[in-house]
Design a binder for this molecule. Sequence first.
Ligand code: SF4
Ligand code: SF4
Length: 380
Amino acid sequence: MKYIKYPGTDKMVSVVGFGGLRFDLDKTDEENAELVLYAYEKGINYFDTAPGYCDDRSEIILGVAFKKLIAQGKTDFFVSTKSKPKVCPSKELVIESVKKSIERLGVEKIDFYHVWCVRNMDHYELSMQKDGQYEGLVWCKENGLIDNICFSSHQPGNEVVDVLKSGNFTGVTMGINLLNFPYRWEGANYAYENGYGVVAMNPLSGGTIPNHEKELAFLAAPGETVTQAALRFNISTPEITVSLVGFSSNSDIEEACIIADSATSFTKEDLKIIEERFNGNSNSICTGCGYCRVCPKDINIPAYMLLYNEKHLFNKTDEEMIDMVYGLEYYNYTANTVGRANDCIECGKCEKECTQHLSIINRLKECSAWESKTTDHITV
Ligand code: SF4
Ligand code: SF4
């Protein structure tokens, strides 16, 4: 495993981090903690979690593992967790949240505490209001409960730069991958050049990358799968300090460790070719994050937007898209909700929440046109 100094700190962090969002909820906390312990054994020392992840079990599972490590005198690992400005808008609430995370994780302090899910400047401003979340975090830092205040962002690169320029944070965690990197690259570059940490999440673009091995084959080096290429991109990119990977098995961990030890970075020329190949379209793909699930008409927006990715990224024809609407995959995506694309009343709530700032309403209109052209319109 390779280690790198998290900028602005004295902490040597592993270039691969453990993303605590993919635990198997059919397993016990003890069983899931074994995966965490295996990652530690393989040299991973950065563990990311949040209240609410995995039905609110992620912090608890990590806590089971950390308590075992600490009992063996092993304390050479770093913990990252978070709270949202909307959930902890006051000093008191965030202090309570930090203390709860510390208790569940079984650690003395949080190494990297994030203002979570900053999707626009309003969220940032909310965290900074008087007697609000940020002031509470400063109090926690002064009182030894946290070491570094960071933020996790779903903003475009220029807004990430604006928040970093405030000087209020040690680093940023954001979704960066081989498909969407142009969207946030300005932020990652600024952070890299100005001494801020960058933790990258979502290396496989919400499953879009492994689901399109054929279409994306040009991204991979000879003998490499597209998924491996995507992990290599995040892990070996100098602008990224830590690459979070959501592991499901020991072999996932081994694969990421091999990539960390041996990977060569994509060159600037490689990245230019990728950008050109997508003709700018990779800036605006749906990541499947689900923050837009606020629809009063119960439309499964992520399902439709993931469907739309197919047209947007791979230039599928309308006929191909109509065929896909019939496809089992998309039927399953949308089967549990009542609303259809043409039920949209254009209230705009989803677009306000979208982490990628997508034109959801317009895209739904196209999806609706495809659905209407099927003679066997899907009903639930
Ligand atoms: S704009 Fe349409 S899809 Fe978005 S929340 Fe409103 S009704 Fe739902
Ligand atoms: S439409 Fe936007 S908010 Fe919804 S899943 Fe896609 S990227 Fe996330």
